[in-house]
Design a protein around this ligand. Structure first.
Ligand code: GAL
Length: 349
């Protein structure tokens, strides 16, 4: 179940890609490639102590380089999620990004961090450091940006992701990881019967191009209320304009915990495997995405992944923040350090 390392070794623009294996003392294992910092597999014990791979992906690097890959397992940057019309102003200057999603910019552009070869340093069995230098003007963003992402497998069954960045000129930043989870095991049908609880009293409503309407909406009394654990699919087909706009759930939930502290974002569960995943983050929001556009013919082991065969909990700032004055600021200035932590922690019931 651990992928073949050789299938991940390539030279891309003179830079070497590889596959790195992390293990903790409790039999949890993760495979990560430095191509896009992608989490390729995540093996966690189920209720019978059998290892289950809970993330979708491909058997070789070629899969991750396909044009229609939905960012499986990737580090997303420089700005995760959408920026309306690919435009923003910063310190009086207008910047233009690649339009790669309807009329908008998505996930840092086609040459975003998900498609770059990172420098990798495996510190020990449990820790992998990744570094990327994003040049001033790359994909249209201002400022030379140094990024460091550390993946660690903790002994309390956590996959911890620490992000840090610094710039030499003001820029915008919103980093996340785009792992697609299926707690029944990747490739094992849809996630509609899996339970989710989210600590979010509000969410970010969007228009038909997935751009925020500019205000927050209460989740209470709507299909977006996940304060009590609910099967993901229970209300997904309700007659609701927001579900229509997202083609299902594809929205940022505003997390209740105080800003910049590590708080519990939510908990997902599978009654098949008994696997429970808690998500903790320092970010103010989480994009809950039910894989509405997933259509991959050949994933791991040759399996196809269809719509709703996995879900994402992408911890992050809110979409289009540079154009939304009421949202938490995503500007990073010279001499400031960006830092953010997310933990996906596993147990069984
Ligand atoms: C999500 C986004 C979705 C879709 C997906 C990639 O983060 O919210 O709308 O674009 O990435 O396929």
């Amino acid at each position: 179940m651990i992928p073949d390392r050789k299938a991940f070794q390539q030279s891309i623009s003179g830079r070497q890609t590889d596959l790195f294996i992390l293990k903790n003392s409790k039999n949890m294992q993760a495979a990560i490639t430095n191509y896009g910092g992608r989490l390729v597999s995540l093996l966690v014990p189920d209720k019978n102590t059998q290892l289950v791979d809970v993330v979708t992906g491909y058997d070789s690097l070629d899969g991750y380089q396909q044009k229609d890959d939905p960012y499986f397992g990737a580090i997303i940057g420089r700005y995760g999620n959408r920026i309306a019309n690919g435009q923003f102003r910063l310190d009086g200057k207008e910047y233009h990004l690649e339009i790669n999603n309807g009329p908008n910019a998505l996930h840092g552009g086609s040459g975003g961090f998900h498609a770059r070869v990172w420098d990798a340093r495996q510190l020990d069995e449990q820790t992998l450091e990744l570094y990327y230098f994003s040049k001033d003007g790359e994909e249209g963003y201002p400022g030379n940006l140094q990024v460091k992402v550390v993946y660690s497998l903790t002994d309390d069954q956590g996959l911890k992701i620490d992000y840090q960045a610094a710039t030499d000129k003001a820029t915008i930043i919103n980093l996340t990881n785009h792992a697609y989870f299926n707690l029944d095991g990747e490739g094992k049908g849809t996630i509609l019967g899996q339970y989710l609880q989210l600590n979010a009293d509000k969410f970010v409503p969007i228009d038909e191009n997935s751009i925020p309407l500019g205000f927050l909406e209460e989740t209470a009394g709507t299909p977006f209320d996940f304060k009590e654990a609910m099967p993901i699919g229970k209300r997904i087909n309700e007659d609701n304009q927001q579900l229509k706009n997202g083609n299902g759930y594809d929205h940022t939930f505003v997390l209740n915990h105080p800003p910049k502290t590590l708080g519990l974002c939510g908990i997902a569960k599978s009654s098949e495997t008994g696997i429970v995943m808690e998500v903790l983050t320092t970010e103010p929001g989480v994009q809950f995405y039910t894989g509405n556009f997933v259509d991959v013919n050949e994933g791991k082991g040759g399996k196809a992944y269809h719509q709703r065969s996995a879900f994402c909990l992408e911890t992050q700032h809110f979409p289009d923040s540079p154009n939304q004055p009421s949202f938490p600021d995503t500007t990073l200035r010279k001499d400031e350090t960006y830092s953010s932590t997310t933990i996906y922690r596993f147990s069984t019931i």
